[in-house]
Design a binder for this molecule. Structure first.
Ligand code: ZN
Length: 308
């Protein structure tokens, strides 16, 4: 039984009423309660179980990233509308007084602040690429991360958040190694979501590139099948929500960060990420707001130790 007949605002209100999310006054930002978190942890642990024989290195990065990484990967050319730069105050006494006056007068005060060396991290995998610089082993590299990411997309629609967590995997190596790995995970992702009773389907996708030039980038990304998503109905049956994405970057990051394979060629990379909050919301939509009433086969995947 679905929670809210697939209607975005009703679903948001249902999550709030059930106490699962706690509004803070800004669109796309909210707290999560312990029930929401226990589903998220159960899902994340199920992903870890799928990956346990792959022996990925596990890293956690803070929600901010070196601004130079964004500059090097041309993020501000492709997605300036999504970026969250971090500004701080660099002024003297007099400037501080001006800042205070502006704020207390209800005036804009951004011009009193200056760009820092960090930005909010817009993609779970970005922090790891600079650490690959050099020659990777013949077997390539495999890293998994759980990172908060930021996108400036305020929306009343609950699956479109300004800050959310992604369980990410990054593979670096030869083109064959990374494409084979990405395809294997596309299948794993579909199987996991289907096992959880979700109506998951994969499709070719594109990133939300900015502006007119962005349309061409998006078209070429689709044409080359560089990005796939696994979609699940959460707020709409007709327009299902992307819950995981699978990306092949070819030699893009290898070139930018000077990464080679042992044969001397530019290393290729691929990444995949499970949008954890979206996967959790898909479960609430599909099975209802109280996990105690969910089908036992779903609970067995999320909390195997508690289901006899
Ligand atoms: Zn990624």
């Amino acid at each position: 039984m679905s929670a809210t007949d697939y209607e975005a605002l009703k679903f948001h209100d249902g999550l709030v009423k059930a106490g699962l999310i706690i509004p803070v006054g800004v669109q796309g930002v909210f707290g999560r309660n312990h029930v929401f978190e226990s589903v998220l942890e159960g899902f994340n642990t199920a992903v870890s179980r799928l990956a346990k024989d792959d022996h990925a290195e596990y890293f956690v990065y803070p929600p901010v990233i070196d601004r130079k990484v964004l500059e090097k990967v041309d993020y501000m050319d492709s997605f300036p509308h999504l970026a969250g730069t971090v500004h701080s105050f660099f002024g003297k006494e007099l400037d501080a007084r001006k800042l205070s006056e502006r704020i207390h007068a209800g005036e804009p005060w951004g011009q009193e602040m200056g760009l820092t060396d960090v930005t909010l991290n817009p993609a779970a995998c970005y922090p790891v690429y600079p650490s690959f610089t050099g020659t990777v082993p013949a077997a390539g590299k495999l890293v998994t991360m759980l990172n908060w990411v930021y996108r400036h997309e305020p929306s009343p629609e609950p699956t479109r958040m300004q800050a959310f967590r992604v369980r990410e995997f990054v593979r670096c190596g030869t083109p064959d190694q990374v494409v084979e790995w990405r395809d294997m995970w596309l299948q794993r992702g579909l199987t996991l979501l289907t096992t959880l009773g979700l109506q998951a389907a994969s499709d070719v996708a594109n990133d939300p590139f900015f502006g007119k030039g962005g349309k061409m980038l998006a078209a070429s990304q689709r044409e080359q099948k560089l990005k796939f998503e696994v979609l699940v109905p959460v707020i709409s049956k007709d327009k299902p929500t992307a819950c995981c994405s699978f990306n092949f970057h070819e030699g893009h990051f290898g070139e930018v960060f000077d990464i080679q394979t042992p044969d001397g060629n530019v290393a290729n990379t691929a990444c995949l990420g499970f949008g954890l909050e979206r996967c959790v919301m898909a479960l609430f939509q599909e099975h209802g707001f109280d996990p105690a009433t969910w089908p036992s086969e779903v609970r067995a995947v999320l909390w195997p130790q508690t289901v006899a």
